[in-house]
Each structure stands twice: as structure tokens, then as C-alpha cells.
Write a protein that binds this ligand. Structure first.
Ligand code: SF4
Length: 367
């Protein structure tokens, strides 16, 4: 048959060097990937692997685990070996755990150089070990742990200070002919963060990992991350993303995946087109939309399901979607591929939509 037309995107990706984080390619030749971080104690191997499995199921491409103690470092080989997605070890303060993580077969190591004491003397050694094992390094600069020298120079964590810090750390690795780097410059203020990444994007060709750090609880963090990532991805900036929420990491992954899907940077899956409801609504649209969303959760095929409160815009939207309901008068007209297939009482709308969605999904799977 005809090849599918690629979906419209807003920008070409900024050209970067390419990295391999385990089997996942990172950089402009590869799709933008979603990352998250486990919240379990890393030394608890079973709990950590269980959470990684949940994140993987939710659409996580790469996972990061904290490594604050020797017990955590000892758990890394088992976690790296058994995880279905590449594992990045997150190291603060202690270079010895960087070596342990590289030896453990972690797919990459994240270091916060501002936090690693006497880091400068260790760069050569770290670069050599990483090169020997083919392990990329992420330089993760955080506003909260900015290098003292730059704090003195700029007075606070400005976009320029964050970018300069990251580029300086990268240059230390480059002096040792090590370029397998990914950079992040996180700040809790989306405006500062956006500017910092724009500066970096102009001044280097390393892949960039986007994050608004300490973004807050789910609602605020979701909005901050979505606007910041949108502003950058719209310019083609960003190769991996992590939504930071004060909420379970599965929620971070769902938000990250949804951001990429919304920008056509990841194939769309289930999409619920539901109306906001208004004084014309003849059914409880919120409840209907929630129940349909819950009933179809985890659906892997790109299905647009319209849930509309009345017959004004209802039939039109429901026809445009693969499947939909336009409600009115205590009944729901069920549309499949633009045709009314049945009219059911309000109490049967949800189950009918779910049935129809599942049978549509089956025919799509066969294609
Ligand atoms: Fe209001 Fe009907 Fe539009 Fe829903 S579809 S917002 S109920 S006019």
C-alpha cells in the first residue's frame, strides 16, 4: 500500500551529536525520549525493578536511579542487567560511585559536577573509564548546586550562568577527548530554563536533556513542564525529556508521553476528544469522559474517541473521530467511522463505546 504520510511537526530537530544510551539512540537522528527516575531505595533491587517495569509499561524509554550509598552502588549490576529499559545511575558527590556505575554496566551516568568534590582531578579518569565501557555521561547542572565560582560571577543562577557551568564541565571532558555527553541545565522557573537551553543550543552540539526541576505538585509541574518543553521543542531543541513532579513517577511518564504525542513527536495513541460541557449539555460530560478514558486506558492503537455533551457540535466531532457519542435527550448516538451505528440509552453509552473501541482496535491491529 501507500506509505503513511508522516505527521506534521513544528520544527526540524536541532542537529546534535548522537549517543547510544544502551539500545536507545539519543540525538537528532532519533526520536525524543521520555525519562523518569525511580523513587524506591535503589539498594532494594526487587522494588526498584518493579517500579521500572511500571514506568516501562507507561511509556518510559530511559530510567534513572539514585545512587547515594555503597549499598545502592552494589545493587546497580543486577538492576542494569534485569531492567527492560536502559538504566542511568545518578551520582552526586562521590566519584567512586561513578566508576562503580560504569563497571556495573549502567547505560549512562549522570553527574552533577558542581556537587562532586575535587571533580576536576577525576575527569580524566572518569573519561577513560567511560570511554572503555562506551558509557555516555550526562552533565546535569541544577540551579540549586551551581558552581561557587559562577555564583560569584553572576550573583544567582541566571540562564547564562547555568549554560556557562554546563559548557565548562563539558570542556573538561572534551580536553580528555571525551564527547559522549548529554547536557541538562535545570531550573524551577520555566523562563530561566528556556533561555538557558536556548543559549546551550546555540553554543554546542551535544544532545540536550530537558527538565524543569522542582516543578511542584502534579498540576503546577505539568503546566510548567508542558509550556517549557513546548517552547523548546517548537524550536527543535530537546532530545530527552523528564517531567519532574511531586507525584509518583508513573505520572511523570504519562505527562511526558502526552507532551510528545501532542507535538507529534511520538505516535499518538488513544485520544479522547471531549467537550468542556456547557449549559446545553444533556448528559454529565465529565463523568462520561472520565469513564471512557478509564475504560480504554492502556489502549495501544491510535484511536480518536469523541465524547460530546449535546447535538450542537456533537455529531460533527463524533463523525470526525474514529468513534464517538453525541448525547441528547437521555440517549447517545454512537458513531463509528462517521456512521451512526446505534442509539443507546444514557446508561449504556460507556459500555457501548468501550465495546466498539475494542472491536475497532482489533481491526486496526490486524492491519
Ligand atoms: Fe456545550 Fe454541546 Fe459544545 Fe458540549 S458539545 S460544549 S454540551 S455545545
Amino acid at each position: 500500500g501507500m506509505p503513511a504520510t508522516p505527521p506534521v511537526t513544528l520544527a526540524d530537530r536541532r542537529k546534535t551529536r548522537q549517543l547510544q544510551v544502551g539500545p536507545v539512540g539519543v540525538g537528532s537522528d532519533h526520536p525524543v525520549s521520555v525519562q523518569s527516575m525511580t523513587t524506591t531505595v535503589t539498594a532494594d533491587v526487587n522494588a526498584t525493578l518493579q517500579q521500572i517495569a511500571e514506568l516501562t509499561a507507561a511509556g518510559c524509554d530511559i530510567v534513572r536511579v539514585a545512587c547515594p550509598s555503597a549499598d545502592d552502588a552494589e545493587a546497580l549490576p543486577a538492576i542494569a542487567r534485569k531492567s527492560k529499559i536502559p538504566v542511568i545511575a545518578d551520582i552526586h558527590f562521590q566519584p567512586k560511585y561513578v566508576f562503580a556505575a560504569i563497571e556495573a554496566g549502567c547505560a549512562a551516568v549522570r553527574v552533577n559536577p558542581g556537587n562532586i568534590k575535587k571533580f576536576d582531578d577525576k575527569v580524566g579518569e572518569i573519561a577513560r573509564a567511560a570511554k572503555d565501557h562506551g558509557t555516555p555521561i550526562r552533565i546535569g547542572v541544577n540551579a540549586g548546586s551551581l558552581d561557587a565560582r559562577l555564583m560569584r560571577k553572576y550573583g544567582k543562577a541566571t540562564p547564562e550562568a547555568l549554560a556557562e557551568s554546563a559548557l565548562w564541565e563539558a570542556s573538561l571532558f572534551a580536553e580528555h577527548d571525551f564527547h559522549e555527553l548529554k547536557i541538562s541545565v535545570k531550573h524551577n522557573d520555566p523562563v530561566v530554563m528556556i533561555r538557558a537551553y536556548e543559549i546551550l543550543a546555540e553554543q554546542c552540539d551535544y544532545p540536550l536533556h530537558l527538565g524543569v526541576t522542582e516543578a511542584g505538585p502534579a498540576f503546577q509541574g505539568t503546566v510548567k513542564s508542558a509550556v517549557a518543553f513546548g517552547a523548546l521543542l517548537r524550536q527543535g531543541i530537546g532530545d530527552t525529556i523528564r517531567v519532574s513532579l511531586s507525584a509518583p513517577p508513573v505520572e511523570e511518564v504519562k505527562v511526558g508521553a502526552q507532551i510528545l504525542q501532542s507535538l507529534n513527536l511520538r505516535p499518538r495513541k488513544l485520544e479522547i476528544v471531549s467537550c468542556p460541557s456547557c449549559g446545553r449539555a444533556q448528559v454529565d460530560v465529565y463523568k462520561l469522559a472520565d469513564e471512557v478514558t478509564a475504560g480504554l486506558e492502556g489502549m495501544e492503537v491510535p484511536l480518536r474517541v469523541a465524547v460530546m455533551g449535546c447535538v450542537v457540535n456533537g455529531p460533527g466531532e463524533a463523525r470526525e473521530a474514529d468513534l464517538g457519542v453525541a448525547s441528547g435527550n437521555g440517549k447517545g448516538q454512537i458513531f463509528v467511522k462517521g456512521e451512526v451505528v446505534k442509539t443507546v440509552p444514557e446508561s449504556k453509552i460507556v459500555e457501548t463505546l468501550i465495546e466498539e473501541a475494542l472491536s475497532l482496535a482489533e481491526t486496526m491491529d490486524e492491519q
